[in-house]
Design a protein around this ligand. Structure first.
Ligand SMILES: O=c1[nH]c(=O)c2ncn([C@@H]3O[C@H](COP(=O)(O)OP(=O)(O)OP(=O)(O)O)[C@@H](O)[C@H]3O)c2[nH]1
Ligand SMILES: [Mg+2]
Length: 202
């Protein structure tokens, strides 16, 4: 079975990538699976793509193998694009989904649904040692609902309802999310680019 290393320690992202790559029978390995502990790459970039490149190139250099990295987040129109690149640490502590969701709901308190539009954004960087890193993007538009619903997914999924759906992202199956998510779409774009450039697939 072919394998791909995704430079993340976020279990929710790993599950998303597994659902996406499963279709092509590709095994997803993450930083959580490696024996040697790998220091976190500092996300010092100001954009999703800068951070995705930092993570992909940092780990590809360390291990000397091709690496995929995702930097992603939620951009809420009413909040002028926040939490954006700071989505994981919106409430101060890295990846505390509950606090992040509570903070988002309190910032949107009293705001009508028509003004609660938001976009999930994913920058996906693929770094191959000795080659130029490729970055592709995916987006998913929707609204922030008024209370969390659903058990699947991670992060802000219980608060996000994609356009055209009457269920939150956390009520979708892993396969359904993969079809419409920012992450799924970024991966489709990357796979198409690799094919067009004659670089084969993953
Ligand atoms: O509900 C959600 N569904 C998603 O599909 C999703 N994708 C991203 N996010 C949010 O954006 C942060 C990424 O930040 P991020 O790219 O720095 O990743 P991270 O720090 O969680 O892990 P790592 O990959 O850096 O190790 C995450 O923590 C989440 O808060 C999502 N929320
Ligand atoms: Mg991070």
């Amino acid at each position: 079975m072919r394998k791909i290393l995704v430079a993340t320690k976020n279990k929710g992202k790993v599950a998303d990538f597994k659902a996406i790559f499963d279709r092509d029978k590709i095994e997803v390995i993450s930083l959580l699976d490696l024996d040697a502990s790998i220091d976190d790459i500092e996300e010092t970039g100001e954009t999703f793509s800068e951070n995705a490149i930092l993570k992909a190139e940092g780990i590809a250099e360390k291990l000397n193998i091709p690496v995929l990295a995702d930097d992603s987040g939620l951009s809420v129109d009413y909040l002028d694009g926040r939490p954006g690149v700071y989505s994981a640490r919106y409430a101060g502590i890295d990846q505390d989904d509950q606090r992040n969701n509570d903070k988002l709901l309190s910032e949107l308190e009293g705001v009508p649904l028509s003004e609660r539009t938001a976009t999930f954004i994913c920058a996906l960087a693929f770094a191959v040692p000795g080659e130029e890193t490729v970055v592709k993007y995916g987006k998913c538009h929707g609204v922030i609902v008024e209370e969390p619903v659903g058990e699947n997914g991670f992060g802000y999924d219980p608060l996000f309802m994609a356009d055209g759906y009457d269920r939150t992202m956390a009520q979708l199956s892993a396969d359904e999310k993969a079809q419409i998510s920012h992450r799924g779409r970024a991966l489709v774009a990357l796979a198409e680019w690799l094919k067009l450039e004659g670089k084969g697939g993953f």
